[in-house]
Design a protein around this ligand. Structure first.
Ligand code: GLN
Length: 192
């Protein structure tokens, strides 16, 4: 069975653990550097990216994660997607730079900061998982303002990409761990 790490310093790491189990993988709750050697891929959960950054620095995990991402697949959701970007705005902050994307934090504004929507995923996504609409939970989500060459958009919402694959990595600005549809986690497992 594939062993998949879930960064468990802050945020909804427990929901990702449960989603991985539904998708048929064994979660490893990563809190320290030594655990990175035990896993085939890593999920950076949703939560608060500024707090996660502080904790990553505190645990001396920042450089280790950047290095891990140069070798193994990483999947970032919401705050995790912000951590993976090369450019972050609103306000600018440091990030791991694992994916060539520019993200604007909290970009849907106050009034529309949380919602559940049904997406029509790209045919490529349905081909590699299973057909059907994709329920997406957005919570104070970022918007991906730019995606570099080689980015494959697997789902969009209101004209903006919300699920993108680039090389070995994957990001979602929504929370697939909060629904019972395991397809996004299965897609990630297929990349390990
Ligand atoms: N608003 C958070 C941030 O900017 C992300 C929210 C989330 O992960 N649900 O870090």
């Amino acid at each position: 069975m594939k062993r998949v790490g879930v960064l468990s310093l802050q945020g909804d790491f427990a929901a990702h653990g449960a989603a991985l189990e539904r998708a048929g993988a064994a979660p490893v709750y990563v809190r320290e550097r030594s655990q990175l050697g035990e896993i085939d891929g890593l999920i950076l959960p949703g939560g608060e990216s500024t707090t996660m950054l502080k904790l990553l620095r505190h645990e001396n995990l920042f450089d280790e994660l950047a290095e891990f991402g140069r070798r193994k697949p990483v999947f970032g959701t919401c705050a995790g997607a912000i951590l993976m970007a090369t450019d972050v705005t609103n306000p600018p902050q440091e990030s791991l730079g694992l994916m060539d994307i520019a993200v604007e934090r909290n970009a849907y504004g106050r009034q529309l900061d949380s919602r559940v929507v049904e997406l029509d995923p790209a045919p490529e996504f349905e081909m590699r998982t299973a057909p059907g609409k994709l329920e997406a939970v957005f919570i104070r989500a970022p918007i991906i303002r730019r995606a570099g060459n080689g980015a494959q958009v697997l789902a969009e919402y209101a004209g903006d990409p919300v699920l993108i694959e680039q090389g070995r990595h994957l990001v979602a600005t929504f929370h697939p761990e909060l629904t019972t549809d395991a397809r996004v986690h299965c897609l990630f497992l297929g990349k390990l």
